[in-house]
Structures are given as structure tokens and as C-alpha cells.
Design a protein around this ligand. Structure first.
Ligand code: C2O
Ligand code: CU
Length: 529
């Protein structure tokens, strides 16, 4: 069996046997045939020929065609003309209500002027890690990570993406930001990949303050790993109450380039000067395929926010690590001690905050890990999961089969393999519950686009701490999480594993709103994962 990929792949555990490229039938097919005939000749297995043949993906297909429609026990939407999300995606219903809307049309009003305009230019070029190491990768405006974007809540942000030299084409996805459906930046679902020489404009209102990031969603398992990403911070509109405003607010974006862990693009310790006694907010952004753990050496800290949402009543922590899964963010706050402190993220990298010359001692990763199910204090959420309109299951299992003609051990969602993965169908205004069950032998950082979901329980134990809103949730092997969200953002949204090779191998589903169609096609130039 061929190995799974390059050794620098920062994947934590076993992966299926083959690197994924959803639409590459010829060579893998030949390999499948060879393997099948060898196995069959040896009399080891009787594999029906149709199983690999049926697994071949068409050269291009619509997101709606790939889904097995799941209504989650809710009513079948009837009143949309020609919605694209019916079973098979082919029938046109001549109902009477609202006409179908294309996902492209879901955008802020074109006549509303931008408050912030930015041009981001993507290039394939060497990336310098600050210690002299140079690796092949991708940059945004000449660096990786790309520029840290800071905007104020309520501003209309307009970003012009220019692809100067990313051969496979590229896009920008605003991870964790609940952008309008047309601005999600997913190749083949909300736009076509931007080819070399092309450009694309994104417009969205930064509604929610918090820590986010942007990254390519075209060939993302390759482009994100090699650096096509950056941080996005939305500052609160009215500011924090004067007494509480942190003296410093620092992003700590963690990314591994060719096996080297970096913070804000540099290996080793990154220094941030801060007066003893002052308060620092550190925004840890986890951009690799595996989870990281963050903790603080030399000072107690509080976990202020998770995935862009402030926690309620966060208490002081010591000797505890915080898991930040792939794609997730954690905002830490600490008061700088006279000797400085280290915000650790493992892998030989830390943010040192303190006065000049401070050299706080690095403490090993704490044994104990913070449980967000019980951290902080409960508060109203504005969401009543007990009156859910739809309830979906997202069951992750790994089993042998054929993916686009290739034999292997593949991820399945609700028993099916790509492209027959679920299309969770909702109507605007639905309260949705989802139970994610993982018995696949590996943990998965599950990421729902366009929405924030409230964690209700883990393995039947209800959440009793602060409301815990996520866009990226680590579901360990053997775990079951119940989450709920309000379907308040029409579009066609991916709901996938953010260990991106897993997504490329089929750990993907879609959340589609009745009446929203997409004119874009997966396959061909568009390979979102
Ligand atoms: Cu951060 Cu679908 O992605
Ligand atoms: Cu996964």
C-alpha cells in the first residue's frame, strides 16, 4: 500500500491509504483494477465489479446532485419554485411561493459602500520562517500568514482577491464569520475558483466581534497547509468598558510549515512587550490539521472566548491546558507578572509577554485539560433547542470501499461515501438539532460554515457552564456531541472535517436552505477540499 502523503503532513493519526483528489479517475482506476484482480485471483474476496464502477465521480456535478436529502424529520419544503435541493436535485416543483434564489445573489446590497477595502494577492512563492528557513508555499500580499485584518463590528468589509500565481486556482473562505451565502468562498459551491490572472470580490458585514481567520477553500488540503491563510479580528463596535480594555491585544496564529511549528510565521519564541500589571488578550488561531493545546507559563489566565464568541463568567485557570482544535480559536487573557509569562502552544513555540529582557520559565503542558462543558456560568442563549424543527444525525464511521474507483478505508457519513453524503435540508427560521457520532477510530474537528452552533451535550452529559458556541468542534473517537443552531443564514453550506485531508477523502456534508440553488459545479476546475 502506498503511504498516505508527505511526511510533513501535520496529521495526528492514521489516515486512509491514499491522498485524495476527488476527480482523477484514470490512474486510480487502473490501480483499483490491478488490486481487484490480484485479490480475486488469490480467491481472497469476491468484490462485485459495480462497486468501484459506481463509485466513479462524474467529471463535474452540482453540490445538490451529490446529496442524499435529509429532512431531519421536518416537512418537505413545498413552496419554492424549482429549488435545487429536492431528492436527486433534478425535479422542479411548480409550487406557488417564493422563487428559487441563486446562492450568488446572497450578498450585502450592492449600493452599500464599503467601510474597509482591502486587496489580497495570492502567490505561489517561498515562505521565510524568520529563522532563515525557507519553504515552498503560498503567500498573501507577500507573506504567510497573510496580513492580519482588523475591522470593527458593523463595518462592511470588501476584499478583492487577486490570484497572481496559484496554479490550481484559489478562493478565500472567512472561517467562522457568518457571511452571507454568496460570500463563503467555497470553490464549486459559492463561486468558481479564481484562476491565475483572475480576481474575485467578497463583501460582508462583520456582524460579530471575535477572532476569525481566512484561508483558501480550493484544494484546501494543499493550499492551507502551505500557507494560503491569515487572521481576521473583528473588534467590538462600542469597545470594552474602559476599565477592562486590555492594554494589548495580540494574535497568535499557529501554523506548521513543512513540519515546523510557527507563531505568526516565525519559529521559536515570539516576543510582545507589555508592562507588568497590564492585561493582555491573546487570540490563538489553530490553522493546522490537528488540534493544539495552549496554556500559560508564569501566570494564571482566563479563557475569554471560543471560536469568536465570548464566554460568560470565565474563571481564572492555572495548570490547565485548553484544546484548540483544527480551525478553532481561543482567546486567553492574563495579567502580566513582573517576570513576564509565556503563552504556550507546544512544538517549541510560545508568545512571551512581559517587559524587555523578561525570560519566564517554560512549564510543560499541563496534564489537566479544560472541559468547556462545565466552564463559566450559564446564561440565556436566545435559542430553544427543545422546540427543534429538524433533527439530524451526522454519524462518522470508517469502512472499506471505493472512493472514485480507489479501494481503501474511507470515511462515511450516515453510512454513505462521497458523493452520496447527506444534504441536510432546512428552511430559514428552523431551530436545528444535530447529533454528531464518531466511531471512526480517529478524532474529527467538525466545522459548520455560516453558523454558530451551541453545544448541548457530550456523551449524554449536558452542558452546564457558559453557553458554548462553536464553529469548529473536536469530536473525539467514540464521542457523541449534540449541538443546536438557528437556521438564519440562507445558503448552501459545507459541514465538514477540518482535518482537511479527511475532507478531501469525503468527510463532508452540506447544509442547504430550501429555495437556494447554486450554478457552480464541483469537479473540473473546482476542488474545494
Ligand atoms: Cu476553514 Cu470549510 O473551512
Ligand atoms: Cu476528520
Amino acid at each position: 500500500m502506498p503511504g498516505p502523503g508527505s511526511p510533513d503532513e501535520p496529521v495526528s493519526a492514521a489516515r486512509p491509504v491514499s491522498p485524495a483528489r476527488p476527480v482523477r479517475p484514470v490512474r486510480p482506476l487502473r490501480r483499483a483494477v490491478v488490486l481487484l484482480s490480484v485479490l480475486a485471483a488469490a480467491g481472497l474476496v469476491a468484490v462485485p465489479a459495480w462497486s468501484w464502477q459506481a463509485s466513479l465521480l462524474p467529471s463535474s456535478y452540482g453540490a445538490h446532485d451529490m446529496g442524499v436529502v435529509d429532512l431531519g424529520g421536518g416537512p418537505a419544503p413545498q413552496d419554492h419554485g424549482g429549488h435545487g435541493a429536492g431528492a436527486g436535485g433534478h425535479e422542479t416543483q411548480d409550487g406557488h411561493g417564493a422563487a428559487a434564489v441563486s446562492v450568488e445573489a446572497l450578498a450585502p446590497p450592492a449600493d452599500r459602500p464599503a467601510d474597509v477595502s482591502i486587496t489580497l494577492t495570492a502567490r505561489a512563492e517561498p515562505v521565510e520562517l524568520g529563522d532563515g528557513t525557507v519553504v515552498d508555499g503560498y503567500t498573501v500580499n507577500g507573506t504567510s500568514p497573510g496580513p492580519e485584518i482588523r475591522v470593527v463590528q458593523g463595518q462592511l468589509v470588501e476584499v478583492r482577491l487577486v490570484n497572481e500565481s496559484v496554479e490550481g486556482g484559489t478562493t478565500l473562505h472567512w472561517h467562522g464569520v457568518d457571511v452571507p451565502g454568496g460570500m463563503d468562498g467555497v470553490a464549486g459551491v459559492t463561486q468558481d475558483a479564481v484562476r491565475v490572472g483572475g480576481e474575485h470580490v467578497y463583501r460582508f458585514v462583520a456582524e460579530d466581534a471575535g477572532t476569525y481567520w481566512y484561508h483558501s477553500h480550493q484544494l484546501s488540503h494543499e493550499q492551507v497547509r502551505r500557507g494560503l491563510l491569515g487572521a481576521l479580528v473583528v473588534e467590538p463596535a462600542d469597545g470594552t468598558p474602559a476599565g477592562d480594555a486590555p492594554a494589548a491585544d495580540v494574535v497568535a496564529l499557529v501554523h506548521q510549515y513543512a513540519g515546523r511549528r510557527t507563531m505568526n510565521g516565525a519559529t521559536g519564541d515570539v516576543r510582545h512587550l507589555a508592562e507588568p500589571g497590564s492585561t493582555v488578550r491573546v487570540r490563538v488561531v489553530s490553522t493546522d490539521n490537528g488540534a493544539l493545546t495552549t496554556w500559560v507559563s508564569g501566570a494564571p489566565f482566563r479563557l475569554l472566548a471560543v471560536d469568536g464568541t465570548d464566554l460568560v463568567g470565565p474563571t481564572e485557570l492555572e495548570d490547565v491546558g485548553v484544546q484548540v482544535t483544527a480551525g478553532a480559536r481561543a482567546d486567553l487573557e492574563l495579567v502580566v507578572p513582573p517576570g513576564g509569562a509565556r503563552v504556550e502552544v507546544g512544538g517549541g513555540t510560545a508568545l512571551v509577554v512581559g517587559p524587555a529582557g523578561a525570560d519566564p520559565v517554560a512549564e510543560p503542558r499541563p496534564y489537566e485539560r479544560l472541559d468547556l462543558l462545565t466552564y463559566g456560568t450559564p446564561a440565556p442563549t436566545g435559542l430553544d433547542p427543545s422546540r427543534a424543527d429538524r433533527e439530524f444525525g451526522y454519524r462518522i464511521v470508517r469502512r472499506p470501499g471505493f472512493l472514485d474507483g480507489r479501494p481503501g478505508l474511507w470515511w462515511t457519513v450516515n453510512g454513505r461515501m462521497l458523493p452520496d453524503v447527506p444534504m441536510f435540508l432546512v428552511e430559514e427560521g428552523d431551530v436545528v438539532r444535530m447529533t454528531i457520532t464518531n466511531s471512526s477510530g480517529d478524532g474529527h474537528p467538525m466545522h459548520l460554515h455560516g453558523h454558530h452552533a451551541l453545544v448541548l451535550s457530550r456523551d449524554g452529559e449536558p452542558a452546564t457552564g457558559s453557553p458554548w458556541w462553536v464553529d469548529s468542534l473536536h469530536v473525539g473517537d467514540g464521542e457523541t456531541y449534540e449541538i443546536a443552531f438557528l437556521a438564519d443564514n440562507p445558503g448552501v453550506w459545507m459541514d465538514h472535517c477540518h482535518n482537511l485531508p479527511h475532507a478531501a477523502e469525503g468527510l463532508v456534508a452540506h447544509l442547504a436552505y430550501a429555495g437556494v440553488t447554486t450554478p457552480f459545479l464541483l469537479g473540473g476546475v473546482n476542488e474545494p477540499e
